[in-house]
Ligand binder design. Structure first.
Ligand SMILES: [Zn+2]
Length: 375
């Protein structure tokens, strides 16, 4: 915690830029209390973490708000608080909201609209989607808009178009924030890292354009990433092709138990070479993470499905798509349906009916880029 009450019941906000001597003086001369449970607090001045308050022993407070804060959380909270102060927004650090029993990291009012309050949660530890939605509901009841800022994943250290790994915990922030990007913050370098324009590969793997903005350059409302250019999309496409190539190579080398491997089976039945698949088999599509497998797996399987069931591509609609999902052992959900349906529409647009047809690179790229912009 960075806020405590003094003996005079006045809130006291710790600031890591205070000189050490002042801090020691304060600790000697004053007593500090928890704003919530009113117990006396430890005033921690050490070399490991920035100065902060903590409970002496396990208290109910600790269980509720997790007192064992990481250095990253303390630092980030302090830095974000300083940002809102610099932007002249009326910000409060760690305010307790008794009506909903929640304590956001920061709460501030919108300029010129005192009724509109915004809660900021700097999330450094994993949080379940249920917990996240529960806290959002609490804020909603109070008429507060929440903004979640997860800490930047460790492995993301530079900006630019790159392959990244994003675990489920990060992926779920897309559901409660913006579907097209995740705004994260790294207190160690005082920078926001925007993970934008996500294209799903497989597993937890994505391609993303990572954009950065320093704490001092950030504004409120927060910076919104710009759409990517055609040129940038070509870089995405190059990485995508490379990953697809490596993936297929590995799949041929380390084949799974024969008949169960739908990719190898499809290629065999369609008399196709996995190393020279047409480019429209294995393309990125919006929402394809729902299918949990790499695009090339299910898209090749679709061609095998229509071949073996003697269905025309133009008849891949409605219940037939659900049959395909079931047959390919993929989730039979509405989103999965949409993804497959969009792929069929794409093939229709490009007049592809059979897997032996080819397509011009420019044409494919233009369609994919337009689709990508719409995401
Ligand atoms: Zn307490």
């Amino acid at each position: 915690m960075l806020v405590a009450y003094t003996e005079k019941n006045e809130p006291f906000v710790l600031n890591s830029s205070m000189p050490q001597t002042t801090l020691y003086q304060l600790r000697k001369s004053k007593k500090f209390y928890c704003p919530l449970c009113k117990q006396q607090l430890l005033f921690k001045i050490g070399s490991l973490k920035i100065p902060h308050f903590a409970h002496y022993s396990k208290s109910s407070c600790e269980a509720q708000f997790s007192d064992r804060e990481s250095e990253m959380h303390l630092k980030g909270k302090e830095q974000l608080y300083s940002l809102f102060n610099a932007l002249k927004l009326e910000a409060q650090l760690e305010p307790y909201l008794p009506s909903i029993q929640q304590r956001p990291d920061i709460l501030f009012k919108l300029k010129g609209n005192d009724d509109q309050r915004i809660a900021v949660e700097f999330q450094c530890s994993p949080i379940s989607l249920e917990k996240l939605l529960e806290r959002n509901n609490g804020y909603k009841r109070e008429g507060i808009s929440p903004i979640w800022i997860p800490s930047t994943p460790n492995k993301i250290v530079k900006k630019g178009i790159q392959r990244i790994s994003l675990n489920k915990n990060y992926q779920q922030f897309r559901e409660v924030t913006h579907p097209s990007y995740i705004m994260t913050y790294n207190p160690a370098v005082r920078q926001f890292f925007y993970i934008s324009n996500l294209i799903y590969l497989h597993g937890n793997s994505f391609i993303s354009k990572v954009q950065t903005i320093s704490l001092t350059n950030q504004k409120f409302p927060f910076y919104i990433p710009k759409p990517i250019t055609k040129n940038e999309f070509e870089q995405f496409w190059l990485i995508y092709q490379q990953v697809k190539h490596n993936y297929l190579q590995a799949r041929v080398l380390f084949r799974r138990s024969g008949v169960n491997d739908i990719l190898l089976r499809s290629a065999y039945e369609l008399r196709m070479n996995l190393h020279s698949l047409p480019k429209y088999i294995g393309i990125p599509l919006k929402g394809s993470e729902e299918l949990k497998v790499f695009s090339v797996d299910w898209q090749l399987a679709l061609f095998y499905f229509i071949h073996t069931n003697k269905i025309e591509l133009c008849h891949m609609k409605g219940q037939t798509i659900y049959y395909f999902l079931k047959w390919a052992r993929m989730p039979e959900t509405k989103i999965a349906y949409e993804v497959v349906s969009n792929y069929c529409t794409f093939l229709e647009k490009t007049s592809i009916q059979h897997s032996y047809q080819s397509i011009q690179d420019d044409k494919l790229l233009a369609i994919l880029y337009n689709q990508f912009l719409a995401m």
